[in-house]
Design a protein around this ligand. Sequence first.
Ligand code: HMG
Ligand code: MG
Length: 299
Amino acid sequence: MSSYPQKVKIVEVGPRDGLQNEKEIIPSEDKIRFIDALSESGLSVIEVSSFVHPKWVPQLSDVSEVYSKIQKKKGVQYPCLVPNLKGLERAIGLGVKEIAVFTAASDGFNQKNINMTVAESLIGIREIIQKAQQEKISVRGYVSTVVACPYEGKIAPEKVLPVVQSLLDAGVDEVSLGDTIGAAVPTDVEKLLSLLLKTQEVAKLAVHFHDTRGTALANILKSLEMGISIIDSSAGGLGGCPYAPGASGNVATEDVLYMLHGMGIQTGVDLDQVVAASRLIEKSLKRTLSSKYLACQSL
Ligand code: HMG
Ligand code: MG
């Protein structure tokens, strides 16, 4: 008998995690069309963009235009990444209702990514959450480099636990565990989740695998076996992180949906509609996306 969850929530991160790492600057209207197409697929969460410094991530400097012009569908959440109070002020100014804060399990990565140690960023995150709660904005948390760091190498699960705990104590609704450089294999996932699940509620943990070395679906399968029911993915397999050398795309939403639906796990997401959205952004990028499912659709 299968011990897999019956239902899984997909958090679509392509418009943010995907497009932040593309060399080409995609016109805002193409991003808006892409997000609007994703909204038609039944996805309940679509991460739109980031209120980070426009010089650090110029690809997302049009966040205000994109966020204000997308068609916000009832029942769909449209979170944006916020790195500091300045980012939160910008988000509040636009009426954003959901944000995501981010830190890491390693100082090496965090310094390069947001110019702060992990401890410094956790202090900032507490302030962001307090203010967000006053504004009735819900907050998701990310921990990057949960298995390996591009600057420090392998990361022990014991380093991840206190960061997850701090985010939950600070008031995030859920924590997404980021394998930022796609280095994890299923035994890493098993070790990490075994430790976290001794003290943390499974419903508060999400997994975020980049597919750099082709192990993302295997890691997701292991996560499902361990009870995880929130999975981050990018339409078409867009993605990466500009401050993690070698990080490639997130696991493709289409590939995850194909596997989950084939296993009888419900997602509420229409695979064909995600394919249609990916085709739109593929045209603007002028390159073939990495999703395996997408590739066999053109055969
Ligand atoms: P900093 O240079 O240390 O910022 O950057 P600062 O606080 O010293 O301020 C310098 C100037 O920037 C000031 O302006 C601020 O007002 C301005 P000045 O007084 O010089 O005119 N400033 C801002 N402007 C606009 N928006 C803001 C903002 N903040 C300060 N939010 C900062 C620190 C955090 C801003 C910068 O490092 C940054 O933007 N980093 C973002 C990096 C990023 O987006 N990385 C990718 C996302 S994380 C990821 O992909 C991982 C994930 O997918 C999970 C996984 O895969 O592991 C989530
Ligand atoms: Mg990522």
